[in-house]
Structures are given as structure tokens and as C-alpha cells.
Design a protein around this ligand. Structure first.
Ligand SMILES: NC(=O)c1ccc[n+]([C@@H]2O[C@H](COP(=O)([O-])OP(=O)(O)OC[C@H]3O[C@@H](n4cnc5c(N)ncnc54)[C@H](OP(=O)(O)O)[C@@H]3O)[C@@H](O)[C@H]2O)c1
Length: 326
């Protein structure tokens, strides 16, 4: 496993991270708890240290699973969680309705708000520490940016939490360069970035972060599984799985993406790798990318994703992969 610095902190993070959204099952049509814990532990066994979760993933469930999985090996993990999406109070900016399975409709009982008010952030930290069964969060990220709280107020609270030792590094997510400039010195930026969603590179944000020593964590690197080549056009998703209503997962589009991925088979065969591994290796090879947050539902997927770290693509392979999937 290779490790890279997390911004200006003294924390080293593996180039492959474990994304703990799907293991909570919420918005992913359910999940198997035993498999979820085995997936996290298999990742740690292979040198993946960055575990990314959030309170909203299953309304605390994903954080609890991470907390259980790292018992007895806390020091091997770099825990990244988030603040700013709340469901127990109507404060800040309304974001969406959701129920416990993740189904989003007006009839869903929970109302999720974006809220980065200082008192709310402090309250969230305490709840996350309990669910994670730890005394410190290694990386604390604002999950979504919102308009009702000045960024300077949120940042002042985050810096206090850092001084108190409750968090060790500060990051943002779903932010743009203007937001980042208002935060001042942060350590990381977590954004959607994969072969099908390259806006982060095209709009200069990836370069901006690189020039300013901000670690970049691409999320959904496999486009929610579509880029693994393992999703057949006939795949049926469970109720509550966000992919069921996503136009990208229409039959014709799955077939189209699978056909493009098949053109990468010669590279995969030469590298004795799966297509998912080739896609992950392309992602961590992009200049400015620090740690690729791969979601995995079980031990097998987690092991496969972690092993992608061993693949060193040539410049020509990187160019071919990028061109083929454009
Ligand atoms: N900050 C944010 O707003 C935000 C948003 C999204 C994600 N994230 C973070 O990024 C992480 C990853 O993103 P993501 O979960 O959206 O999607 P992803 O990593 O692009 O895809 C994950 C899904 O792909 C499938 N998969 C993964 N590895 C596989 C393998 N080796 N072989 C076959 N299938 C495989 C699994 O689904 P199936 O087995 O069901 O097909 C898995 O749940 C999240 O867990 C979260 O930590 C953050």
C-alpha cells in the first residue's frame, strides 16, 4: 500500500480509502452487517487506513459499524467523518426527505437539513465520537455547504474542536473553490470524481487543491458500481437502492458503459487485474488525487479494491483509459 500526506496535517493516508456509505444499507437497498464489518477489517488488513463515514449514512448506523469494526485496532485507522446534515432538528437549509431505508419522498418521515451552525457542529462531534467509540476524529469534514451560516463561524468552531483534540484535521465536501478560499487553511476536499464525472479536473478545482496543499478524496470512483463492468443491464436493485431511479443505470446505458469498459480488457489482462481495479488505478494516478474512496459491500470487494493500489499504470495506459471512457 502507498500512503500520502493528508494536507498540512501529519497524518498519512492510504491511496485507497474505504467508503462506508453502502455498508450501512441506507440508500443502497439494505446491507449485511457481518459482511460490512468483515469488509472494513479486510481493508485494514491490507493497509487501507482511511475509513470514510458520515452521521447521515443510515442515521448513525454506518458510524456505529465503523466503531465496532475498529475495536482493538483504533490506531490502524484514520477515521474520517462529517458534519452538516442533520435530521433531529429543523435548522439551517432544508435538503431532502428520507426514510430509514433511504427512500426519498414527501411521505418519508425524516426531514434532512444542511446545518453548519457552530453549536450544531459541536453537538454532532459529540454524537459521532460516541457512535465511533473513540475520543478523536482524525478528519472532520463539512458534508455539504449551506447558505445560512457564515463559513468563518463554522471554521472558528472547527478550529476550537481541533485545539481541544476532538478532531485532528479539517476538510470539506461538495464545495467549490470559492467556499474553500473562505475556509482558509483546510486539509482535504472530498468531491465526486471518476471516469464519467471529471468536472473536478475540468474546472480547475483539482489543480487548485494540489497547488494549495489540500488533499483530494474522489468519491463514487466506480460511479456507484457502474464502472466495475459487473453490473448487467438486467440487474434488479432492491427497494431503496438509489441506483434504481438513476438514469445512468438504465439498461441501454449500462450496456453502453460495459461495452466501453470491455475495450479496457487488454490492459486489465496485461495487468492481471479486474476492470474495477484498472478504474481505481486510473483515479489515483490523476495529479492532485490523494486517496480514492471506494465503497465496498463485502470482504471480496474490499480486498479487490485495496489490491488496486499495487497497479502502476503507464502514461500511455492512463491516456488510453481516459480516452476510451470519455
Ligand atoms: N461526500 C459525499 O457527498 C459523498 C457522496 C457519495 C459517496 N461518498 C463517499 O465515497 C464512498 C464511495 O462512493 P460510492 O459508495 O458512491 O460508490 P463507488 O465506490 O463508486 O461504488 C461502490 C459500489 O460499487 C460496487 N463495488 C465496489 N467495489 C466493487 C468490486 N470490487 N467489484 C464489484 N462491485 C464493486 C458495490 O455495489 P454493489 O455490490 O451493490 O453493486 C459498492 O457499493 C462512499 O462510501 C462515501 O464514503 C461521499
Amino acid at each position: 500500500m502507498l500512503y500520502r500526506k493528508l494536507g498540512s496535517s501529519n497524518i498519512d493516508v492510504s491511496i485507497i480509502g474505504f467508503g462506508a456509505w453502502a455498508i450501512g444499507g441506507w440508500m443502497w437497498g439494505g446491507a449485511d452487517e457481518k459482511q460490512a464489518i468483515a469488509a472494513i477489517q479486510a481493508s485494514l488488513d491490507r493497509g487501507v487506513n482511511l475509513l470514510d463515514t458520515a452521521p447521515i449514512y443510515g442515521f448513525g448506523h454506518s458510524e456505529e459499524l465503523v466503531g465496532r469494526a475498529i475495536q482493538g485496532r483504533r490506531d490502524q485507522a484514520v477515521i474520517a467523518t462529517k458534519c452538516g446534515l442533520i435530521w433531529d432538528r429543523e435548522e439551517g437549509e432544508f435538503h431532502f426527505h428520507a426514510d430509514d431505508r433511504g427512500i426519498q419522498s414527501r411521505a418519508s418521515e425524516k426531514k434532512v437539513y444542511k446545518c453548519l451552525r457552530p453549536a450544531s457542529v459541536r453537538d454532532e462531534v459529540e454524537k459521532s465520537l460516541k457512535r465511533l467509540q473513540t475520543d478523536r476524529i482524525d478528519l472532520y469534514q463539512t458534508h455539504w455547504q449551506e447558505k445560512t451560516t457564515p463559513i468563518a463561524d463554522t471554521m472558528a468552531e472547527l478550529l476550537k474542536l481541533k485545539q481541544e483534540g476532538k478532531i485532528r484535521a479539517i476538510g470539506v465536501s461538495n464545495a467549490n473553490v470559492e467556499h474553500i478560499k473562505q475556509y482558509g487553511q483546510i486539509d482535504s476536499d472530498q468531491e465526486k470524481f471518476n471516469l464519467l464525472d471529471r468536472n473536478l479536473a475540468a474546472n480547475g478545482q483539482l489543480d487548485f487543491c494540489r497547488q494549495n496543499n489540500i488533499a483530494v478524496f474522489p468519491y463514487s470512483p466506480l460511479a456507484n458500481g457502474l464502472l466495475t463492468g459487473k453490473i448487467s443491464p438486467d440487474r434488479k436493485f432492491n427497494p431503496g437502492d438509489l441506483r434504481a431511479a438513476n438514469l445512468r443505470f438504465r439498461k441501454e446505458n449500462i450496456a453502453k458503459i460495459n461495452a466501453k469498459l470491455a475495450e479496457l480488457n487488454p490492459i486489465a489482462e496485461r495487468r492481471q487485474a479486474s476492470l474495477a481495479q484498472i478504474v481505481i488505478a486510473w483515479t489515483f494516478s490523476q495529479p492532485g488525487v490523494t486517496c480514492v474512496l471506494c465503497g465496498a459491500r463485502d470482504e471480496i470487494q474490499a480486498q479487490e479494491n485495496a489490491a488496486a493500489a499495487e497497479i502502476q499504470l503507464t502514461a500511455e495506459e492512463i491516456e488510453t483509459i481516459g480516452r476510451t471512457m470519455a
